[in-house]
Design a protein around this ligand. Structure first.
Ligand code: SF4
Ligand code: SF4
Length: 730
């Protein structure tokens, strides 16, 4: 079985086995998160995000100094700090602490860092009994599974599945056939383990450098029991969890539960400065003075785990992974994750979009190879992240590094000669094909319609499937013989124009869907703009999405120079395809010198953003095609929504008299080349089903801003889908 067939099987299995539960839970959290942002207002939300980002940037910058400060403050409190270089080191230290107090029983609260270092396995191997006391962690401990989500480790399981699991495992006297019965059973079972525990292990959401305090955020209250019932407490945290003081805690406290589960505040936010003087309770003599507390001093150990983090800190691209507060919002807002969950979209420990950064940093690149391609770069997680981490960029960089680490196969060497680019020889043939779509489109258009007819022949489709993994169920794009640039050549421009505009002919609009480009030209001309469509190259989106950063940078540099000349000559750049505009506004910041990025960022507009501006400044809306109450079902492109540009299209359509309903799914599932790939076809369609559900019975005209979105809608609904500019063009 090929690697791609194995991936397809794995994803198919997880879609069927865990998809419904993951969808229901992640979408619930995601919807509640949006409700919380509405509740506090986007301005306040953004203010907190800016603060958290600044605090984390500063803390990671000053990390060595803050670690030393923590050592001193914890020592002043009477505790011990141990900085573990790696996972084995950390496990060994915790085991020695436990053995030092002759421990037999250990209880734990939820901690991803202890998952990362395989602490349970390490302690059990030394003969200790370890129990997870967080309900979700308890479930997966009993099930002997790995977490499927950073915050909700067992959210892939239904209540019924947990009942079956517990009844089989524990054989209880009473039925556990309700959420309440399960919770009561777990509470009693774990309560007994906590009472009997010799050592309590917790994580720490934040470590406060100046006081040596730890902040624990939970919904079940189990962490503070683990921390305070046994007289030995070990807190295990990554070194990145340190912030300077309690003053910096506030914006995190505002955002962490809102981002994670859509709660205004967590059920418990405990600030502990262990070890405390209060004696531990003796549960055999709880009514005696001092609760029967022993005379034994409490003992506290803070284990700060490095395990690759110092190298991540020194790595310009992975560094911001260390700002992560592990809220899971990136997973909940990710359409692919919503369908398939963390057992596909994640590594051994970490799940969701940020898993790539964490797994690459603590385990190495190989740990990310299986799931990294599940990130389509849609960018929906970017605004969801409470610390403004550029998660798709981390995924892209890691993809690039994986490409570079591959040994070239024969076909890669051959294609390297045929399709020269800036990439390393190991970059797989298929990635080169999709990354060089501009070359394919040029050839396809120059030889259309023959190219389209040949490509659709069954034997050719089978070859494309076998050689490039292009799924036979997906209709291929039909190249147009006359490109948008050719159509626009020699077109009479508006005399005495209000504004001069360059319409950017992205690859897909130019070679595959020139009609939407023509509609954009006619719309802008009707509003008094002189429009030119220059013969310029691709934006680099296609190679970037394959992790071919050098090729993308090369294209970005050429295009920025070409469009820059026109911007300097007083023209505005208008873009039809949102993924191209997102390159100009987001990714070019990483690919170009600052001045070139800023010039293009300032001077380029999405087509409806531009039309909206023209109408606001007095252009005559009557020059466009009015809606007269016609119904429109509109799906905005994911990257357009991340840029905050969905509202402009809706506003223009409504001003022209259209009755607009919008989709509220995060992504259509197609995402450029992603939906064409055999192993991801079913996932792509599963994600798309949610969009289809919203539009399938509509008698409205279906429109979408992205080329991928229109292709996907046509596949799902078997109806025509157009760009909204094709509605309003005269
Ligand atoms: S960019 Fe999109 S696909 Fe990638 S992790 Fe973020 S939400 Fe998921
Ligand atoms: S990357 Fe951001 S959204 Fe994702 S878990 Fe970390 S803090 Fe939360």
């Amino acid at each position: 079985m090929s690697e791609s067939d194995a991936d397809a099987d794995r994803i198919r299995h997880l879609l069927a086995a865990e998809g419904d539960q993951i969808k229901a839970n992640t979408r619930h959290f995601n919807a509640e998160r949006y409700a919380q942002i509405d509740d506090i207002g986007s301005e306040r939300h953004e203010h907190y995000r800016t603060s958290t980002r600044e605090i984390k940037e500063d803390a990671i910058e000053r990390l060595p100094e803050l670690i030393e400060q923590v050592r001193e403050s914890v020592a002043d409190n009477g505790g011990t700090v141990y900085v573990a270089d790696g996972a084995a080191d950390a496990r060994e230290y915790v085991a020695e602490v436990a053995e030092g107090v002759d421990a037999e029983h250990v209880v734990k609260s939820k901690s991803m860092t202890t998952e990362e270092i395989d602490l349970n396995e390490g302690l059990e191997a030394r003969g200790l009994e370890v129990w997870e006391t967080d309900l979700g962690e308890f479930v997966i401990q009993v099930a002997e599974e790995s977490p499927s989500h950073i915050v909700g480790p067992s959210l892939h399981k239904s209540r019924e599945e947990i009942t079956d699991l517990f009844e089989e495992h524990f054989d209880p006297e009473e039925s556990l056939d309700s959420a309440q019965a399960l919770t009561e059973f777990a509470r009693e079972f774990l309560g007994e383990r906590i009472e009997a525990a010799d050592v309590g292990v917790t994580g720490a959401n934040f470590v406060l450098a100046d006081s040596g305090s730890i902040a624990l955020v939970t919904n079940e209250g189990n962490a503070r029991k683990c921390a305070s019932v046994p007289d030995t407490h070990v807190a295990v945290a990554g070194i990145e969890k340190i912030i300077p003081s309690v003053e910096e805690l506030h914006p995190f406290a505002e955002l962490i539960a809102r981002s994670a589960t859509g709660q205004a505040i967590p059920q418990y936010l405990s600030l502990l400065s262990p070890p405390v003087d209060t004696p531990a309770v003796d549960f055999d003599r709880p009514d005696e003075p001092d609760f029967g507390g022993s005379d034994a001093d409490r003992d506290f150990h803070l284990v700060l785990v490095d395990n690759g983090r110092t190298e991540m800190r020194a790595d310009d691209d992975l560094r911001e992974t260390l700002y992560c507060i592990r809220c899971g919002a990136c997973a909940n807002s990710c359409a692919n994750f919503q369908s398939v969950g963390g057992h596909a979209f994640g590594g051994e420990t970490y799940t969701g979009g940020i898993a790539t950064g964490w797994e690459a940093g603590v385990e190495g690149l190989d740990a990310t190879a299986e799931f990294n391609d599940l990130c389509t770069g849609c960018s929906r997680c970017v605004n969801a992240c409470p610390v403004k981490i550029d998660i798709p960029w981390i995924n892209t960089v890691v993809r690039d590094r994986i490409n570079r680490g591959k040994d070239p196969g024969l076909e890669d060497v051959l294609v390297d000669g045929l399709v020269p680019d800036e990439e390393a020889p190991g970059t797989p043939l298929r990635k080169r094909f999709f990354g060089n779509f501009e070359t394919v489109a040029k050839l396809g258009s120059a030889t259309a319609p023959v190219s389209n007819a040949v490509a659709s022949l069954s034997p050719i489709r089978r070859v494309l499937d076998a050689g490039l993994g292009i799924d036979v169920r997906r209709e291929l794009p039909a190249f147009q013989r006359e490109t948008l640039v050719e159509w626009a050549e020699g077109r009479t421009t508006v005399a005495d124009p209000e504004r001069r505009v360059v319409l950017y002919p992205d690859v897909y609009t130019n070679y595959v869907q020139p009609e939407r480009g023509k509609a954009a030209v006619r719309t802008l001309e009707a509003l008094g703009c002189a429009v030119t469509v220059p013969d310029v190259g691709g934006s680099g989106r296609a190679p970037l999405s394959q992790g071919m950063i050098a090729t993308a940078r090369d294209k970005a540099e050429r295009l920025a120079a070409d469009l820059g000349e026109r911007l300097d000559a007083g023209r505005d750049v208008v873009v039809v395809e949102p993924s191209a505009l997102a390159m100009f506004r987001r990714e070019y910041e990483k690919l170009l010198p600052a001045d070139e990025y800023e010039r293009l960022d300032d001077g380029s507009y999405e087509v409806f953003e531009y039309v909206y501006g023209l109408l606001e400044n007095g252009a005559d809306a009557a020059a466009l095609t009015a809606g007269d109450g016609d119904g429109v079902a509109y799906h905005s492109h994911c990257q357009q929504r991340t840029l905050g540009l969905e509202a402009h299209t809706v506003a223009v359509l409504e001003e022209l008299g259209y009755d607009v309903v919008t989709s509220d799914v995060e992504c259509c599932g197609m995402a450029g080349s992603f939906g064409y790939k055999s192993e991801y076809y079913e996932l792509s369609m599963d994600v798309g089903e949610s969009l289809a559900d919203q539009f399938e019975d509509t008698d409205r005209t279906v429109v979408a801003s992205g080329t991928s979105c229109t292709d996907q809608l046509e596949a799902l609904l078997a109806t025509e889908a157009r760009h909204p500019v094709q509605l309003v063009a005269p």
